[in-house]
Design a protein around this ligand. Sequence first.
Ligand SMILES: C[S@@+](CC[C@H](N)C(=O)[O-])C[C@H]1O[C@@H](n2cnc3c(N)ncnc32)[C@H](O)[C@@H]1O
Length: 253
Amino acid sequence: MSDPPRDTHFGYRTVDLDAKQGMVDDVFRSVARRYDLMNDLMSGGLHRAWKDALVTAINPPRGDKLFRLIDVAGGTGDVAFRTVAAGGAGTRVTVCDINAEMLGVGRERAIARGLDAAVTFVEGNAEALPFPDKSFDAYAIAFGIRNVPRIEAALAEAYRVLRTGGRFLCLEFSTVDVPGLDTLYDLYSFNVIPALGRSVAGDAEAYRYLVESIRRFPRPEAFAAMMAAAGFRRAGAQPLTGGIVALHSGWRL
Ligand SMILES: C[S@@+](CC[C@H](N)C(=O)[O-])C[C@H]1O[C@@H](n2cnc3c(N)ncnc32)[C@H](O)[C@@H]1O
C-alpha cells in the first residue's frame, strides 16, 4: 500500500501537512489581540450576521435543560458568548482551540462578562479532540475548518463526539457565484484585506494567507460529500451573502 499524501496547502503554497499547522498557529498567535477588531473591519460587521445565522441553527433551548455545545476552533469565544446569550440557564459551551493565545483572550472576556461558569476553554486539536465519544449535543466550527490540515480527521472527530441526534454546523467562507459580486469580492480580498492586515494587525502576510485559504476551500457540494463520508446524514449547505459564506449542516442519526 502506498503512503498517504504528506503535502497540503498553506494559502497557495504547497507545504508538508505538519508544517501547515505550525504556520497557521503563527498566524493566529500574531493576530490574537486584534482578531475581533479585524473581523469587524474586514467583513464590515457582516460576520455578526453570519454568526447569528449559526446560533439560530444551533438553537440552544431557552429553558434549564442541559445543552452541551462544543465550539471547535472557537478562538476568542465569540460564537460561545452568542450561544449562551441566546440559550437558557442549561446552556454550556466548551471552546476548543489549538492556540493558547486565542483561548487566553477568550478566557479574559468570559471572566469580564461573568460567563466563566457557562463557557470553558480547552486547548485541543480538531483532529484529535480531548473528549469522550458522544459527549455533546451540537458541534460548531466557525471559520476554522479550512485552517485544519486534515479536514477528514476533523470531520471524523466531530462525528465521534456528537451524541446520536446531535447536529454538526460549520460556518465557512464559500464560493461567490453572483456575477459582478465575484469580481468585486476578488478585488476586495486581494487588495483591501492584506492592506487592512498590514495597518491594523501589522501583518499583511497573515491576511494574505487568509484570503488564499478561503479560495482553496472545497465547494459546498464537495464539502457535503466529505461530511457524508464521515457518517453525517442530511448533509447540505445554505449560502449566505451571495455565497461569500456558507452554513454547512449535517446530523449524526
Ligand atoms: C479564523 S479563527 C476563528 C475563530 C472563531 N471561531 C470565530 O469565528 O471568531 C480560526 C481559529 O482556528 C484555530 N485552529 C486552527 N487550526 C486548528 C486545529 N487544528 N484545531 C483547533 N483549532 C484550530 C485557530 O487557532 C483560530 O483560533
